[in-house]
Write a protein that binds this ligand. Structure first.
Ligand SMILES: [Zn+2]
Length: 197
């Protein structure tokens, strides 16, 4: 008695199966069970969703993507496995998809790792004062990462021309605005004066 010939079917003939397991040759010859042919599909025929560019961050970049065969959404580690190549540095990285289970073969998809694309130079989002540090920020238009830097406190030394405001002894004025100073800060020119607001 001879083994059955590879049957015709859709895909690549993977063998005769019985109860979900691949049958042994002598099982086919001796057992009075129902055997069925299993065909596997080439993962090359699957469609993989586009992978948008990712930003370099010094670690392995493993973006998510979907793998579909006809209308079926495939499951990682059940229908395919993924390995990665060149996925740390700036340049072109590759995901290698290997069919398992009902699938066989491999398919590669490449994607780009690039430097952050900042939305412009650092912009001040918080003005420094003589007492408090300021902050400047910029944002990556690709991954949304925000980078910030501290802005130095203002130097408390400044020149103020108040010669046009004539005050008599004991009078006060609100005409001098000194941003960055706080109530109680001393302003010295000849005779010390106190900023009241
Ligand atoms: Zn980025």
């Amino acid at each position: 008695m001879e083994l059955p010939q590879a049957p015709q079917g859709d895909g690549k003939f993977a063998g005769w199966f019985c109860d979900g397991k691949e049958a042994e040759d002598d099982q086919i010859l001796n057992d009075d069970k129902e055997f069925y042919a299993v065909f596997r599909q080439d993962i090359k025929d699957a469609r993989i969703s586009d992978i948008p560019a990712s930003c370099y961050n010094g670690t392995e970049i493993k973006p998510t993507f979907t793998v579909k065969y006809q209308d079926e959404l495939l499951t990682e580690n059940a229908d395919y496995t993924v390995s990665w190549k060149n996925n740390v540095n700036i340049g072109t990285a590759t995901a290698v998809i290997t069919g398992i289970g009902k699938f066989f073969g491999t398919k590669e998809i490449s994607y780009v790792i690039e430097a952050h694309r900042w939305n412009g130079p650092m912009k001040t989002v918080k003005e420094p004062t003589a007492l408090v540090y300021g902050r400047a920020e910029r944002k990556c238009t690709v991954c949304g990462k925000t980078e910030s830097k501290q802005l130095a406190k203002l130097s408390p030394k400044m020149k103020v021309n108040v010669s046009s405001i004539v005050l008599k002894t004991g009078q006060s004025t609100t005409k001098v605005k000194l941003p960055g100073l706080q109530k109680g800060t001393e302003l010295r020119h000849g005779h010390p004066a106190i900023i009241k607001s």
